[in-house]
Design a protein around this ligand. Structure first.
Ligand code: TYM
Length: 345
């Protein structure tokens, strides 16, 4: 039995991963994985909520896992798997759906943004999406969920659902130490958001989050972009009026480039700003492009190598799913028991 705390997180395999996914999420998982009992997975069931029938789903799912490994996730230390290989995610999602309210789910910012383009035909899966995410987390008694800033609201919803179900099915549960005295149905997870880089902005509109699904490919740095693409995109990044390089609220474009540099080099922003005294935006862009090329190149090359070795990826996923399924099956049986379902014989 491990005494480490449990950490879990995931990426939607809807497209190639971006430098935002890396900085906001996967890079931090790799750093923290030694200190936690970790589960990382590709949420293929989530991926169909907004893009049904995508022919590239299989390829993107493999690519997501290959990118995890290329970013430093270690299949020997962490459990790596694919969501649809563990059916309990969908089972627990239904249970949580019956305890979530339309009101609280419709307040989710991401739902409001993503549903806007669907007019009157919003897929139900898009609405139910955060409840499936809550199931992903609550299924494994997770302590920590390292995510970018945009996912914080979903983790808060997860906490609300867990507390509600604990109050209903395990009244008197001990919120401070749910594993002792009065066991709770679910452990209450904490979100973990990086202090810097929790929201990397679009290169074409620095007031908007960088997104995998941005129609403007110049807005996003993908982790498999060529060196040339990276250089072109960073050099044509939209910057702000004025010419002085400062970290200020009215310079979101410059701040975004400074953030990329700081997170990728480990240098604090004030130190970077000081080094640009008297220099032009162009200098900042050239250096940021070079730093991004250096960060992305090894990830791109290793992802390509792993993508050519499906046998290895399948082996990692098989092992991960076996481990995750064992844990998930025990948890769902416990939840069903507390709720009054007749045990399977
Ligand atoms: P997804 O696939 O949109 O993003 C994966 C992770 O990357 C972070 N992220 C960013 N961080 C900084 N700057 C950005 N521009 C940026 N864009 C994305 C996200 O915050 C996220 O951490 N619902 C989730 C996937 C999910 C999940 C889970 C996560 C499903 N189940 C359980 C944690 C735990 C999502 O769509 O992430």
């Amino acid at each position: 039995m491990t005494t480490k705390k449990t950490m879990l997180s995931a990426v939607q395999p809807t497209s190639r991963l971006t430098i935002g996914n890396y900085i906001g999420a996967v890079k931090n998982w790799a750093t923290m994985q030694a200190d936690y009992d970790c589960l990382f997975f590709a949420v293929d069931l989530h991926a169909i909520s907004d893009k049904r029938g995508a022919p590239e789903l299989r390829d993107q799912t493999y690519r997501t896992v290959a990118t995890y490994l290329a970013c430093g996730l270690d299949a020997e230390k962490s459990t790596l798997f694919v969501q649809s290989h563990v059916p309990e995610h969908a089972e627990l999602a239904w249970v949580l759906t019956c305890h979530a309210t339309m009101g609280e789910v419709s307040r989710m910012t991401q739902y409001k943004d993503k549903s806007a383009k669907h007019g009157d035909s919003i897929p139900m899966g898009l609405f139910a999406y955060p409840v499936l995410m809550a199931a992903d987390i609550l299924l494994y008694d997770v302590d920590l969920v390292p995510v970018g800033a945009d996912q914080k609201q979903h983790v808060e919803l997860t906490r609300d659902l867990a507390i509600r179900m604990n109050n209903h099915y395990t009244p008197g549960w001990d919120g401070k130490d749910p594993t002792k005295v009065k066991p709770a149905l679910f452990r209450i997870p904490e979100p973990w958001i990086p202090k810097l880089g929790g929201k990397i902005m679009s290169l074409q509109d620095p007031t908007k989050k960088m997104s995998k699904s941005d129609a403007d490919l110049k807005a996003t740095l993908f982790l498999d972009d060529t060196d040339k693409d990276i250089e072109k995109k960073v050099k044509s990044a939209v910057t702000d009026s004025g010419s002085e390089i400062t970290d200020a609220d009215d310079k979101p474009g410059i701040r975004n480039l400074l953030t990329l540099q700081s997170v990728l080099t480990g240098k604090p922003i004030p130190e970077i700003v000081a080094a640009y005294a008297g220099k032009m935006y162009g200098h900042l862009k050239v250096d940021t492009a070079a730093i991004c090329v250096d960060a992305i190149r090894p990830i791109r090359d290793e992802t390509a190598r792993l993508m050519a070795d499906r046998g290895y990826l399948d082996q990692v996923l098989k092992r991960g799913a076996e481990n995750a399924r064992k844990r998930a099956a025990m948890k769902i049986a416990h939840v069903y028991d507390k709720m009054g379902f007749i045990p399977k014989t």
